[in-house]
Ligand binder design. Sequence first.
Ligand SMILES: CC(C)(COP(=O)(O)OP(=O)(O)OC[C@H]1O[C@@H](n2cnc3c(N)ncnc32)[C@H](O)[C@@H]1OP(=O)(O)O)[C@@H](O)C(=O)NCCC(=O)NCCS
Length: 158
Amino acid sequence: MPDMLVRLYALPPAPPSADAGVEIRRALAYDRQPVLRWVSEAFGPGWEGECAVAFSRQPITCFLAVREDCVVGFACHDATCRGFFGPTGVDPSCRGLGIGTRLLYACLEDMKSQGHAYAFIGGAGPVDFYAKAVGATVVEGSTPGIYRTPLKNYVQEG
Ligand SMILES: CC(C)(COP(=O)(O)OP(=O)(O)OC[C@H]1O[C@@H](n2cnc3c(N)ncnc32)[C@H](O)[C@@H]1OP(=O)(O)O)[C@@H](O)C(=O)NCCC(=O)NCCS
């Protein structure tokens, strides 16, 4: 999976929301425990670890999609590396509604406001999604990037 480059100075306006029932907001400190548990269960311990770093920043660099007081999506920046977007994920039952795009814009606009001219999508899985959503382009020679094989000695609880 390659890294991708986003030109924040040329970021278009965020597309209009297609789902008024979902609020996109910056995570708050007291969201940490339920969000990390949800991320771990939905996407695994690796992304939970990256998300935990985003929660350790001030201001927190994790944004949430919230529907009826439940998290249905998350996106982080400046977690695994400075200037990196990710990880991000949307509950499978809520995909295709524009939530992932709104979370992406929330993070990128936050990075732009903090003075970044460019952002990297770290280890981009759905390359076509990022190319379409924000005009991201693949960084040549970035596979493998900074990510390495996960440690094997994780013990699943329960
Ligand atoms: C990638 C992800 C966050 C997108 O969230 P989403 O809420 O479904 O995205 P949106 O509804 O905003 O999608 C907008 C567009 O991107 C497209 N798209 C969504 N996921 C895509 C994918 N994996 N590959 C290619 N295109 C994708 C949608 O079809 C949609 O296109 P359309 O407007 O022509 O219909 C979500 O699919 C997800 O959680 N995937 C699993 C985790 C993951 O891969 N995270 C990224 C790690 S780098």
